[in-house]
Each structure stands twice: as structure tokens, then as C-alpha cells.
Ligand binder design. Structure first.
Ligand code: ACO
Length: 323
């Protein structure tokens, strides 16, 4: 038997306002088409936060669903980690705002910045807190209002992203070693920071910056770096492609997702895809996809789930978990 982080519950939240590609192009006067966006990215629509709707508001709803699914209350939570590139403010952290909104006065919380890889990083940190005995229950949340850091005149970026939040509740369990989060493998290479960045912030310009991306460059890195992270995770656990029940990838681009599914020899049905409906919700995309696929009964107890992501930094990583 071994101390492991079990995924006790998942939750997700999408804002009410949904915009199709056509509606987006019209609303923001963009020179783009539904065909271009679908062909290059697979995105058909995205959800955008309402005025006044914050990252912590969305994260709190997702966290409540994860707790409800687990049948546990806030007393089961010792720590809250919110992966986000769009925190409510520099401080208090979004995680502490979530703590307050959940009615918790115990435990601790912090935000984690790793752009689109944020959830994989946060899952690794939450798992480490549990394995080291520092926490028995951790809410690991990815939440973003990317719509507030997009340049709505730049058609090469603003069509790609959406808002939302997802959460998982990790709880400590004394179980067989191949249960729960098996391992997480994290990487970063700051030399490539400029190809995907927010061009400002409190510590530089004093203004909120906006997302800038050299899409083609990022695409090239994504294909090789995700493949090596995935192999690293499987090899570390003595597992092969055939052992994976579900691939739950970061949802940036349908072409990257399909390519990874093929590389792993998975059938299209084994790959959880939300990018068509959610667009790229950055750190929220994997937990939102997990929430959807557990809610609809696809991911079941005992399934081996492979998660991978790449994002600004560059940061990238992969994690394996048995539900
Ligand atoms: N509508 C119409 N035309 C467009 C649009 C648009 N929305 N955007 C760009 N174009 C044009 C370009 O101007 C260019 O025109 P040109 O040939 O006349 O110069 C042409 O379409 C091709 O542009 P590319 O950028 O080369 O298109 P590409 O096929 O590379 O697709 C995309 C762009 C979708 C961004 C792709 O490169 C991609 O998905 N990259 C990876 C993104 C990613 O994985 N990000 C990681 C996570 S994000 C995060 O961490 C924040």
C-alpha cells in the first residue's frame, strides 16, 4: 500500500454567453471566417465571461461541483491551488478569494502561473503536497478569463481563446501504488518565452498586457515537446500506449490533439475533445474536459487518464492518473 492522491471529484463551469465564430467575427468586426477558424483550429464557438464575472467566481462554481461529486465538504480541503494567467488581482491570490467564497477559514491557498500548462503543474504540486503529508485534501483548479487579456483587433489570437474554470479534488488515500495520480512530469524553457507571451504586467509596464503569439512557432514546439512528455510519463510508470484508456489533452488546437491521439494509437473515441465548443481556455481546459467526461460517464473508476499540455513560458508537461 502507498500514500496516493485520489481524484475524488471533478467540476467545471462555463459562462452563460456563448459566441459562434460568425457571431464573434461580427461582434468584434474581425476579418475572419467560420471556415478558416474551423479548418485551422477545430474551434466552432467559445464562452465569454460576463462583465463583473471574475476568475474566482468561476473557479468557485467548479470547486463546488468537484466537492459535491466527491460527496465531501470544505472540511476535507486543506489547500487550494488555482492555476491561472488571469488572476482576479496580484493579491490576494485568486485561491484565497475562492477559499473565502467557499466559506473556508482554515487551510491555505496560492496561485500558480504556468499559462496553458498551469493545470498540469498544479496537479503535480497538489500531488506533492499530499505525498509529503502536508495536505490530505487539495482543490486543484484551472480558471481563466482570457477574454480580458486578448487584443480584440488581432484576429490571429482573439479567435482562439475562451473563458471557463475546471476543478479536481485530490484526497489522500492509502491504496495500491498504481491508483490515483501516478506521476507528473514538468518542463520549462524560458529561451522561447517571446513566442507566446502577455506583453506587459504589474512588474514591467504597470498595465495589463495582451496575448501575443507566433502561432506557427508554438505549433512546432507543441508537436515534439508534447510527444516527449507523454513518453516520459508512460515510461516512468512502466506503461505503454496500449495501457491508456483516455487522453485528456490541453485544448489548443484540434490538429495537435488529433496528431497526439494517432501517435499514441488511440481511437478517436478515446480522446476527450472540447476545443470545438470551449476554444482554448488555457489552464481551465484539462479540468473542464475531465469534468465533462466524468459527468457523462465516459471516464470511469479504474480508467488510466493521460493529460498533457504546452503553453507560455514555454512550459509543458504530462501527468498520468488512474481514476
Ligand atoms: N482568420 C483568417 N485568416 C487568418 C486568421 C484568422 N483568424 N488568423 C491568421 N490568418 C491568416 C494569417 O494572416 C496568414 O495570412 P498570410 O498567409 O496572408 O500571411 C494565414 O492566415 C496563415 O497564418 P498562420 O499563422 O501561418 O496559420 P497557421 O496554420 O499556423 O494557424 C494557429 C494558426 C491556429 C494559431 C496555429 O499556428 C496554432 O494552433 N498554433 C499553436 C497554438 C498553441 O498550441 N498554443 C499553445 C497554447 S496557448 C497558451 O499557452 C496561451
Amino acid at each position: 500500500m502507498a500514500l496516493r492522491s485520489l481524484i475524488a471529484g471533478t467540476g467545471g463551469y462555463l459562462p452563460a454567453r456563448c459566441l459562434s465564430n460568425e457571431a464573434l467575427a461580427e461582434a468584434y468586426n474581425l476579418e475572419t471566417t467560420d471556415e478558416w477558424i474551423i479548418e485551422r483550429t477545430g474551434i466552432r464557438q467559445r464562452y465569454l465571461a460576463a462583465e463583473g464575472e471574475s476568475t474566482s467566481d468561476m473557479a468557485t462554481v467548479a470547486a463546488r461541483e468537484a466537492l459535491a461529486q466527491a460527496g465531501l465538504g470544505i472540511e476535507a480541503v486543506d489547500a487550494i491551488i488555482v492555476a491561472t494567467a488571469t488572476p482576479d488581482s496580484a493579491f490576494p491570490s485568486t485561491a484565497v478569494r475562492v477559499q473565502q467564497k467557499l466559506g473556508m477559514t482554515h487551510g491555505f491557498g496560492f496561485d500558480l502561473a504556468a499559462a496553458c500548462t498551469g493545470f498540469v503543474y498544479a496537479l503535480g504540486m497538489g500531488d506533492s503536497l499530499i505525498r509529503s503529508g502536508q495536505a490530505k485534501g487539495v482543490l486543484v483548479i484551472g480558471a481563466e478569463v482570457f477574454s480580458r487579456i486578448l487584443d480584440w483587433t488581432d484576429r490571429t489570437t482573439c479567435v482562439l481563446f475562451g473563458d471557463g474554470a475546471g476543478a479536481v479534488l485530490l484526497v489522500a488515500g492509502d491504496v495500491e501504488a498504481d491508483q490515483g495520480v501516478l506521476s507528473t512530469h514538468l518542463h520549462a524553457d524560458g529561451r522561447h518565452g517571446d513566442i507566446l507571451q502577455v506583453d506587459g504586467g504589474a512588474g514591467t509596464t504597470g498595465q495589463n498586457g495582451l496575448v501575443r503569439m507566433a502561432g506557427r512557432e508554438v505549433f512546432k514546439h507543441a508537436v515534439t515537446k508534447l510527444a516527449s512528455a507523454v513518453d516520459e510519463a508512460l515510461t516512468a510508470n512502466g506503461l505503454g500506449h496500449g495501457d491508456v484508456t483516455w487522453l485528456v489533452p490541453h485544448q489548443a488546437n484540434r490538429r495537435i490533439i488529433d496528431g497526439m491521439g494517432k501517435k499514441l494509437g488511440l481511437s478517436p473515441e478515446q480522446v476527450v475533445v472540447t476545443v470545438d465548443r470551449h476554444a482554448n481556455t488555457s489552464a481551465a481546459s484539462i479540468p473542464l474536459a475531465l469534468a465533462e467526461a466524468t459527468r457523462d460517464g465516459r471516464i470511469k473508476k479504474g480508467d488510466l487518464v493521460l493529460m498533457e499540455a504546452i503553453g507560455g513560458g514555454l512550459t509543458w508537461g504530462a501527468s498520468l492518473a488512474r481514476f
